[in-house]
Design a protein around this ligand. Structure first.
Ligand SMILES: [Zn+2]
Ligand SMILES: [Zn+2]
Length: 332
């Protein structure tokens, strides 16, 4: 990778003056062409980052909107009695777009100079090999999961819940678009887990290309949207990787409120015991399946168990919202 460092305003044609384009892959040539076309590395990076976020987020939501519209898929819906309406999806989209332009756009533009200070490379080619970016992305996944586990629990503390996190809990049965349906402060707080890992990594090793960030952001958005999809298919990732959280894990958080705080993995909640009600719920459903009930009886029982979990969740939410500031205790 080139070691040339240049002020942000340097023309791209000067940045690439010593680059041998014949040795670049197709993707690397496109990468350089983008920077040469925009001819301002700061604008080129900011624009590419924002566009990537919008295209990946809404692109990943589209299949879930289609799945919600096709009754065939209801058999795999985690809370089958709750299908999002078109109005709910549109209201959610408006809030998400508001967040993207007011919170994420400035955050993306802030991230770039901050990361460059620590040695992040952007316009440089060649791009990192998979042997370089795969371990980096895995580190970011683990860091974000642990950060999110603690920050998310903090957001369930009465005052923070009431003023910030309650918005994200509007939907007890989430859907893909609801992944980033949240108060702007929450987008900022939980988004920090996504970017602090790479910034720290860059500060320690001095070796991070923004291309790796794009791989990371893409996978992280896939994870977030899928976790809110509301569907658990037999081919969902958690059935292949048992430590992967997936929709099954996070859907229960929205339904039952006080369990399953992590994002990507099941480890943190298992170690902390914050998946006890989730495990008990799954055990009751599994026992019912083994008891030889008819399909209808099983379905009715599952709906009954869900109603109970949701009722308990609503009570837990009420306790959380009625947090007594003076005595530092929670009151029902
Ligand atoms: Zn929550
Ligand atoms: Zn959620």
């Amino acid at each position: 990778m080139s070691n040339i460092t240049a002020p942000a305003y340097t023309s791209a044609s000067i940045l690439y003056a010593n680059t041998d384009f014949s040795k670049l892959s197709w993707l690397e040539t496109q990468w350089a062409a983008w920077y040469l076309w925009i001819d301002n590395p700061v604008i080129a990076t900011g624009l590419m980052s924002f566009l990537l976020h919008e295209i990946v987020y809404f692109g990943r939501c589209l299949p879930w909107i289609a799945v919600d519209a096709i009754p065939y898929f209801r058999r795999w819906k985690l809370q089958p009695t709750k299908i999002p309406t078109a109005k709910e999806q549109w209201d959610c989209t408006k809030q998400v777009l508001f967040n993207h332009f007011t919170t994420e756009l400035p955050a993306i533009w802030l991230f770039h100079p901050m990361a460059e200070l620590f040695g992040l490379t952007t316009w440089q080619v060649p791009l990192p090999s998979w042997q370089t970016y795969v371990p980096q992305v895995l580190i970011f996944f683990v860091f974000e999961d642990i950060f999110h586990f603690y920050a998310h629990q903090a957001l369930h503390w009465g005052p923070l819940y009431k003023h910030i996190h309650k918005i994200h809990h509007k939907y007890p049965a989430p859907f893909g678009l609801a992944a980033e349906y949240a108060h702007p402060a929450e987008v900022f707080i939980l988004g920090a887990g996504t970017i602090i890992g790479p910034i720290l990594y860059c500060a320690i090793t001095g070796n991070l290309h923004i291309f790796t960030m794009y791989v990371w952001i893409t996978l992280r958005l896939f994870q977030a949207v899928d976790a809110h999809s509301g569907y658990d298919f037999p081919w969902s990732l958690q059935h292949i990787l048992p430590f992967w959280a997936g929709a099954d894990h996070h859907d229960f958080h929205h339904m039952a409120f006080n369990n399953n705080f992590a994002t990507s993995f099941r480890w943190c909640d298992r170690i902390a015991g914050t998946d006890d009600r989730y495990l008990a719920y799954k055990a009751r459903v599994a026992a019912a399946k083994k008891a030889g009930l008819s399909m209808k009886e099983l379905k009715d029982l599952e709906i009954k168990l869900m109603d109970e979990a949701e009722k308990e969740g609503l009570e837990a939410e009420k306790v959380c919202e009625n947090y007594n500031y003076g005595s530092k205790t929670k009151v029902a």
